[in-house]
Design a protein. Structure first.
Length: 297
């Protein structure tokens, strides 16, 4: 592993995996790409003969980079993460259902889970993501978080309890998800309030992240309850006229892209035939950077 071209080729073999690690750590596609690029720069400055397991080395280095980014992000915040934050969604056409084709596209990284991960302490998030999602041993994670393996295990355990307590159950079948979303679109377009109520769980939560600059009715908001969410759906029913079904983080969701320009993306959590969570990203700046292959135009 001494030739630089060979080293670059071997790094590319791990790029998809590293992007998946960084995305779960950061909830931002752009930051995930930056973290992976930084991992490559660190590798290029390291003697490769000193690396026994390249995949493991790159995973922990990427984790360390993400941990530093999370800590910096936390230090800049004056307030805890608010209820309206929606992570960057990963979009694919609805026909894209092969889970082996893209590492990033996995059921375990739905928007609901990413929202929960965003509220973990940085070290907790690292321990949980690396160990529970990527099977990295605690002995390898411990030096990154500067704790003993036993203390690192406790970090992951604490994060695991919080994730289990806050992550809603979800319908795994894409066909049944599509049925509910089709019915939701029909009810919204038809102005059928009672049909919307029937499709929404009584305690449904809607998070709409429009960014800091959007004001008025379209501003960021978090609302709960079927009646309130149904009212919101009718208020913005005109946007459903051009909405189409897509895969949002591996589950059926909606993208609103009139004339090929993405204006909003909605991911949902569905359980027992009803929508329990709605996650809308409508931040123009973040949507501008979103990759939407095959969805626009």
């Amino acid at each position: 592993m001494t030739d630089s071209a060979e080293l670059a080729d071997r790094f590319e073999e791990h790029r998809g995996h590293l992007r998946a690690v960084a995305y779960r750590m950061l909830g931002s596609l752009a930051e995930a790409e930056d973290a992976v690029q930084e991992a490559w720069l660190r590798l290029s400055r390291t003697d490769p003969d000193d690396i026994q397991n390249l995949g493991g080395w790159l995973t922990t280095v990427t984790g360390r980079i993400c941990l530093d980014l999370l800590r910096s992000r936390t230090a800049r915040r004056e307030e805890p993460m608010d209820d309206v934050f929606v992570p960057d969604p990963v979009l694919r056409p609805l026909s894209h259902v092969d889970p082996a084709e893209e590492v990033l596209q996995a059921d375990s990284v739905g928007l609901a889970l990413l929202v929960v991960l965003e509220n973990l302490e940085p070290a907790e998030r690292l321990a949980f993501v690396l160990h529970d999602m990527f099977a990295v041993p605690f002995d390898d994670i411990a030096p990154v978080v500067e704790r003993s393996p036993a203390a690192t295990r406790q970090l992951a355990s604490r994060a695991r309890r919080r994730v289990r307590g806050a992550t809603p159950s979800a319908e795994p079948d894409l066909g049944r998800q599509k049925e509910v979303l089709d019915a939701f679109l029909a009810a919204s377009r038809g102005g059928d309030f009672e049909a919307l109520l029937a499709l929404l769980h009584p305690d449904v939560v809607l998070r709409a992240d429009s960014g800091a600059l959007v004001r008025g009715a379209a501003a960021s908001k978090a609302v709960q309850g079927a009646k309130t969410v149904a009212e919101q759906a009718l208020m913005f029913a005109r946007y459903t006229q051009s909405a189409r079904l897509v895969l949002v983080n591996g589950s059926v969701g909606l993208v609103h892209a009139p004339e090929g320009r993405v204006q909003s993306v909605m991911g949902v959590t569905i359980a027992d035939g009803r929508i329990t969570g709605m996650y809308i990203l409508a931040d123009p700046e973040r949507l501008e950077r979103l990759e939407v292959p095959g969805l626009t135009g």
